[in-house]
Design a protein around this ligand. Structure first.
Ligand SMILES: C[S@@+](CC[C@H](N)C(=O)[O-])C[C@H]1O[C@@H](n2cnc3c(N)ncnc32)[C@H](O)[C@@H]1O
Length: 276
C-alpha cells in the first residue's frame, strides 16, 4: 500500500476550501454520505431543486461502477486505474474487483484534497492484491501517468481498466477533455479497457441546463455532452457488446431497484471499450 501527500499531511498544509462547494462532497451528499459541509449542502439543495432526480442519477452512476467493475473482473482484468474516484463509499471499486479477483491491483486518484484525507478507507486491500491512492488532476494527464505511486502499483505491460466515471463532464472542452483521454489511452497496453459514465442533455436538455447553471454559480464548470461527443472518447477502441447505452441499460442487474427509473432521471450514458 502506498499513499501520496504524506508530506502535506505532516506539515498540516492541506487547504480543504470548506467555504466553497466541491463536486466530490456534493456527490457524497447525494449518496447519503457524511463528508460534506454547509457550502456543499446548499449547492446540493439547489441542484436537487433544478433536477429533482439528482439522487437517482448519483446512485445509478455508482451502481454502474459496481456492475462494470464486476464485469471486467469476470473478464479477467486484474488492474484498475480509477480517476476522479470521489469520497470513499462502500463498496469501493477495489472491494468489488477483489471480491472476484483477490490479487487485483487498484490505483485511485482525485484532485479534491478531501479525498486524500479519507484515502485510508481506499487502502484496505486484500493481502493478495494492492490498493494505492494519489492526488492528481486529470487535466495534466502526463504528470498523472508519471506519478511514482501509479508506476509502482500497476504494471503497464499488462491490461489496465481505466475508469472515468462521472468525471469527464467536469472537464470542459476548454480543458481539452478529448485530448486528455487520448493521452491516457495511449499509455495503456493492448487489451486495456476504458470505462466511462457521463452526464448528457439528450433526455432532458432543460434540466441539464439548469444543473449546469447551478454548478457554474458554485464555481464548478460542467459540460454535459450529447451521445456522439461521449462516443468520441472511445475512438479507436472496441465497445463491448452492450455498446454506449443510457446508464441504466448497461448490463442491468435484475436485482437492482434502479431498473424502475427512466433514462431522463439518470441522465447519463455509460460504456466500456477494449483497446485492440
Ligand atoms: C461525481 S464524482 C464521481 C465519483 C466516482 N467516480 C463515481 O462515479 O462514483 C466526480 C469526482 O471527480 C473529481 N474530479 C473533478 N475534476 C477532477 C479533475 N480535474 N481531476 C481529478 N478529479 C477530478 C471530483 O473531485 C469528484 O470526486
Amino acid at each position: 500500500m502506498d499513499e501520496s501527500g504524506t508530506a502535506q499531511e505532516q506539515h498540516g498544509v492541506i487547504d480543504l476550501e470548506l467555504d466553497r462547494p466541491h463536486s466530490a462532497r456534493m456527490y457524497d451528499y447525494f449518496l447519503g454520505g457524511i463528508t460534506n459541509f454547509p457550502a456543499d449542502r446548499e449547492a446540493a439543495a439547489r441542484t436537487i431543486a433544478a433536477f429533482p432526480s439528482t439522487l437517482i442519477a448519483a446512485r445509478s452512476n455508482r451502481a454502474f461502477m459496481r456492475r462494470s467493475t464486476r464485469h471486467l473482473a469476470l473478464l479477467g482484468i486484474e488492474q484498475f486505474l480509477d480517476i476522479g474516484t470521489g469520497i470513499p463509499t462502500s463498496p469501493n471499486l477495489h472491494e468489488v474487483a477483489q471480491g472476484i479477483t483477490p490479487r487485483a491491483r487498484v490505483v485511485y486518484t482525485d484532485n479534491d484534497p478531501i479525498v486524500l484525507t479519507h484515502a485510508r478507507a481506499l487502502l484496505h486491500s486484500r493481502p493478495e492484491g494492492a490498493t494505492a491512492y494519489m492526488q492528481a488532476d486529470v487535466t495534466d494527464p502526463t504528470a498523472l501517468l508519471a506519478h511514482p505511486v501509479l508506476r509502482s502499483t500497476l504494471d503497464f505491460d499488462r491490461p489496465i481498466a481505466l475508469s472515468l466515471n462521472a468525471l469527464l463532464h467536469f472537464v470542459t472542452d476548454e480543458h481539452h477533455a478529448h485530448a486528455v483521454v487520448e493521452v491516457l489511452k495511449a499509455a495503456l497496453p493492448s487489451g486495456s479497457m476504458l470505462v466511462i459514465s457521463h452526464a448528457t442533455p439528450d433526455f432532458d436538455p432543460e434540466a441539464l441546463a439548469r444543473i449546469t447553471a447551478v454548478y457554474q454559480a458554485a464555481g464548478t464548470a460542467v459540460q454535459a455532452r450529447p451521445r456522439d461527443e461521449i462516443a468520441r472518447f472511445f475512438a479507436g477502441w472496441e465497445l463491448l457488446d452492450a455498446g454506449l447505452q443510457p446508464i441504466l441499460r448497461w448490463h442491468p442487474d435484475p436485482d437492482e431497484a434502479h431498473l424502475t427509473f427512466a433514462d431522463a432521471e439518470a441522465a447519463c450514458y455509460a460504456g466500456v471499450a477494449r483497446k485492440p
